[in-house]
Design a protein around this ligand. Structure first.
Ligand code: NAD
Length: 324
């Protein structure tokens, strides 16, 4: 396959995954194609088109009311080895020798932005292409896992989290689909995405979609407040936990061996979680350092996603088989 054919194939798979919630290949197959495209583009930098899958975030289709993201909702750079994790840490430490890191579960769902004004949840939207998403406020208001009103003196607060479905809720939903003669979902991620995009808050609640928060995107808190945009990610997550949110941060680390141990621990426990994760995220804790490190076209320079070696994807394959 040449670079053009490869790009075309990846775009076709991405469209099915992001826009139709019906993947045509497993994530591992998709990741391998992306890896190959990155390699070819690195060899031929002049061939990198602005619309290449390596340069754009997620899907494009916005069916419902569009919502513009004031803070872009980016993707993450994938890494697959300890060596790449160490390289990332060393790059950060070259600029900030005191940098500390948060190691977290990378929940396999879909990205949400939640906006609170004076403690009241006023808007929820999907990532879309990172700049323009879709309004899903009504559906999110129906979910038990999202606080609708919080005690806070921060006027404007924008949080980012992952909306997902537990494996038990996924199995139950597919059993109901089967009984009703309806199409089965390929995996919990696609089921969560498909459910959230229907304007049916009762369905979102019935299927028990859940949300885990993993970032503060924006806040107008005064300087020195825990939630101001110069502080610590870890303290911000604590602030949110105290107000009823479930957050993704699992380990705080400032040494290489602590980061690697956190990744290993999360990987070893992933089969027992009851919900899908597709990796571990390592991110710089200091928001000031994050800002100075900046971003690439589609991912921040202050975080990476470690992908574990492929495990049996029996659920996906079984359900794809059931659909055909
Ligand atoms: P991504 O989903 O791999 O990573 C970015 C996302 O991780 C963020 O948008 C965020 O929502 C999420 N996330 C979860 N927990 C997080 C945490 N603790 N901290 C920060 N972010 C967290 O990136 P992507 O570019 O949207 O999608 C690529 C993924 O989708 C790959 O895993 C790929 O295999 C899969 N994919 C599969 C197919 C297919 O056909 N099977 C097609 C397209 C994409």
């Amino acid at each position: 396959m040449n670079i053009h054919e490869l790009r075309k194939k990846i775009k076709e798979y991405a469209d099915a995954y992001y826009n139709e919630d019906a993947p045509l290949v497993t994530d591992e197959e998709y990741d391998a194609l992306m890896h190959e495209l990155r390699r070819l583009e690195a060899e031929n930098p002049e061939a990198v088109a602005p619309d290449s899958p390596t340069q754009v975030v997620g899907g494009k289709r916005v069916l419902g009311i569009p919502v513009e993201h004031k803070v872009p909702m980016l993707s993450l750079l994938d890494v697959f080895s300890d060596k790449e994790v160490k390289d990332f840490l060393n790059d950060v430490w070259a600029s900030f020798p005191d940098a500390a890191f948060s190691v977290e579960r990378k929940i396999d769902g879909l990205s949400l932005s939640l906006v609170y004004e004076d403690g009241v949840l006023i808007q929820a939207s999907t990532r879309g292409d990172g700049h323009m998403g879709e309004d899903v406020t009504e559906n999110v208001l129906a979910l038990n896992s999202v606080p609708k009103r919080i005690e806070t003196d921060v006027h404007h607060l924008e949080l980012r989290g992952e909306c997902f479905m537990s494996e038990a809720d996924f199995e139950r939903t597919n059993e109901e689909q089967l009984a009703a003669g309806k199409k089965l979902f390929a995996n919990p991620r696609n089921c969560a995405a498909g459910t959230l995009r229907q304007s049916d808050p009762m369905l979102a609640a019935k299927r028990n979609l859940q949300v885990i928060i993993f970032n503060v995107q924006d806040s107008d808190a005064d300087a020195g407040h825990t939630m101001d945009m110069n502080g610590s990610h870890w303290f911000q997550m604590d602030y949110l936990k105290q107000r009823g949110f479930v957050t993704a941060n699992a380990f705080w680390a400032h040494e290489e061996r602590e980061v690697l141990a956190g990744i290993e621990y999360i990987g070893n426990g992933r089969a027992d979680l009851g919900y899908p994760i597709d990796g571990a995220v390592v991110k710089v804790d200091s928001l000031r350092q994050r800002r100075e490190l900046g971003e690439r076209t589609k991912s921040p320079k202050w975080a990476i996603a470690f992908k574990y070696p492929a495990e049996e994807k029996s659920t996906v394959l079984r359900n794809i088989a059931l659909q055909t």
